[in-house]
Design a protein around this ligand. Structure first.
Ligand code: ATR
Length: 275
C-alpha cells in the first residue's frame, strides 16, 4: 500500500520489508539511520522493545507505550560550534495503531464508542492498546477476557487508574454488549478454536463483531457473527489507517487513502504476498 501511495504522489521512495531478529533491533534502527532512511515501521515483536531504542518519543508513543513507526529527523545545530559538524539524525518513535482502531470501528462498523459496552478478547500488545484506547474514547463498560487472566487483570488496573469513569471488569458480561472486538491471534490458522467461548457468551448478545485479523478475510468468528445477524468487519481498515498515518508522518503529505486501500485489498487477496 505504501509503494502504491508513493507512485500515486510521484515520490521516488520505496517501502521494503526486512525480517529482523529482536536481538538485532538496535543495530537495524541505527543502520537505517546511517543509510538515511526516511523512516521505519515495526511490528510484532518489536513494538515494545523499540520504545527504549529511539532518541525521542512522540506523544502518541509515550501514551500507548509502544512504537510502530519511526521517523528519522535531521536535528538543526544548536550553536555555531556544532554547526561545523555533520547534521545529527534522530530517530523519533510514534504510535499510529491506537487511532487506527477507532477510525476503523467508526468507518467500517459505524460504531459510536462513547457510552458503548464492549467485550474485548485478548490482552497481548494489540489487546492492551485497544483496551486503553477504547477507555480513552469513554466507552461506558469494558469486559476483558484473556486466556492468561492475570494479563487482563493488569490492564483492568491500568484502566481503573487512568480512566476512572470507565467501568471495567475481567470476564464475560451477563447482559448484552454493543461490540465484541477480537484482539487475540486465534483465527489466523484454519484449525484455531474460536476466541469466544460460546458457553459463556452468545453472539446473539452483541450488535457488532470486529476481528483484528484480516487474513483470512473472514475468520470463523466473523462467519458465525454474520449468521447471528451481527454487523461485522475485519482488521483491514485498521491496517490501512495505521499505514496512512505513518505515510503522513514520513512524507508530510496527505495519504491517498483510496489508492492504499485498493493496493492493500489486492495484496491481501493474493495467495503469495505477505501483507
Ligand atoms: P499481539 O501483539 O498481536 O497482541 P501477543 O502480544 O502475542 O500479540 O498477544 C496474543 C494474544 O492472543 C494474547 O491475548 C494471547 O493470550 P495469552 O495472553 O494468554 O497468551 C492470545 N492467544 C494466542 N494464542 C491463544 C490460544 N491458543 N488460546 C487463547 N488465546 C490465545
Amino acid at each position: 500500500m505504501h509503494n502504491a501511495a508513493f507512485a500515486a504522489l510521484g515520490l521516488d521512495w520505496r517501502y521494503l520489508a526486512f525480517e529482523v531478529d529482536p536481538k538485532n533491533l538496535r543495530a537495524a534502527i541505527e543502520g537505517a539511520k546511517a543509510m538515511n532512511f526516511a523512516g521505519l515501521n515495526l511490528t510484532v515483536p518489536h513494538k515494545l522493545l523499540a520504545v527504549k531504542m529511539v532518541d525521542a518519543l512522540d506523544g502518541s508513543a509515550k501514551k500507548w507505550g509502544a512504537v510502530n513507526t519511526i521517523r528519522f529527523e535531521v536535528q538543526s545545530p544548536k550553536s555555531k560550534v556544532q554547526s561545523s559538524r555533520p547534521a545529527e539524525i534522530h530517530a523519533v518513535g510514534f504510535n499510529t495503531d491506537a487511532d487506527a482502531i477507532v477510525t476503523s470501528l467508526r468507518e467500517d462498523l459505524k460504531m459510536e464508542l462513547r457510552g458503548a459496552k464492549v467485550l474485548l478478547l485478548g490482552a497481548g500488545g494489540a489487546g492492551r492498546t485497544a483496551a486503553l484506547k477504547l477507555a480513552s474514547e469513554k466507552v461506558a463498560e469494558l469486559f476483558l477476557v484473556n486466556r492468561t487472566r492475570s494479563k487482563a487483570e493488569k490492564i483492568a488496573r491500568e484502566i481503573k487508574n487512568q480512566f476512572p469513569s470507565v467501568k471495567v471488569a475481567v470476564g464475560y458480561p451477563k447482559g448484552n454488549v454493543d461490540l465484541i472486538l477480537n484482539a487475540t491471534s486465534l483465527g489466523l490458522k484454519a484449525d484455531d478454536a474460536s476466541p469466544l467461548d460460546d458457553k459463556q457468551f452468545s453472539l446473539k448478545q452483541t450488535r457488532a463483531v470486529y476481528d483484528m485479523i484480516y487474513r483470512p478475510a473472514e475468520t470463523k468468528l466473523l462467519t458465525a457473527a454474520k449468521a447471528a445477524g451481527c454487523k461485522t468487519a475485519n482488521g483491514l481498515g485498521m491496517l490501512l489507517h495505521q499505514g496512512a498515518k505513518a505515510f503522513e508522518i514520513w512524507t508530510g503529505q496527505p495519504a491517498p487513502l483510496d489508492v492504499m486501500r485498493k493496493a492493500l485489498e489486492s495484496a491481501v487477496q493474493s495467495p503469495k504476498s505477505k501483507a
